[in-house]
Design a protein around this ligand. Structure first.
Ligand code: PNS
Length: 171
């Protein structure tokens, strides 16, 4: 950067359901933390797709514990429109991870709408190929069927999954 150029602001927001967080999410968070000054990981309170398995408090706690090594990452939550929350916290950019082409098709409309509503751009990080097939819903399905998910989630999430299964008798 040239001397005298205006200071670039770089507060990124990484929104999601995080039900639960996966290693793919953590990879995007770690890479964002090395690019941007501050990263707000923002948990949507009521994901529209489904009723969440984990409460808001649980999802925030998992994320806080998994991201504690990054001093510039904070975990928060929002209700309603992402575009409104982006303005509320004065974020400069929305970060999303892209795993496969179908992610892009959905995310393109979101990015246009969010920019139209809040004038904030969305920047996409290509997910690490190791996690291109990892999603929160698949993790829950595999776990429900007795599969081993240890490779795909951090230890704290694995513990939470075990506790949830014990508490509910099933997930
Ligand atoms: O982890 P997810 O479920 O893919 O995250 C989706 C999320 C939370 C980013 C998206 O559903 C969202 O932004 N929800 C807030 C409501 C909103 O702003 N909807 C219009 C999007 S253009």
């Amino acid at each position: 950067m040239h001397n005298g150029s205006p200071q670039k602001k770089s507060h990124a927001i990484y929104p999601g359901s995080f039900d639960p967080p996966t290693n793919g999410h953590l990879d995007v968070i770690a890479r964002s933390a090395s690019i941007f000054t501050t990263v707000t990981v923002a948990v949507v309170v009521n994901p529209q797709k489904r009723s969440p398995l984990f409460t808001l408090d649980e999802r925030e706690d998992m994320l806080r514990r998994c991201t504690s090594a990054h001093s510039n990452v904070r975990v928060a939550h929002f209700r309603g429109l992402l575009a409104d929350y982006v303005k509320e916290i004065d974020a400069d950019v929305i970060v999303k991870g892209l795993r496969v082409v179908s992610d892009f098709e959905n995310e393109m409309a979101f990015a246009h709408m969010n920019r139209s509503l809040s004038n904030v751009d969305t920047m996409f990080l290509m997910s690490d190929s190791a996690y291109s097939f990892v999603s929160s819903s698949l993790i829950k399905e595999v776990y429900l069927q007795g599969g081993d998910i240890a490779k795909y989630v951090p230890d704290v999430v694995l513990e939470y999954m075990h506790h949830k299964r014990q508490a509910q008798g099933r997930i």
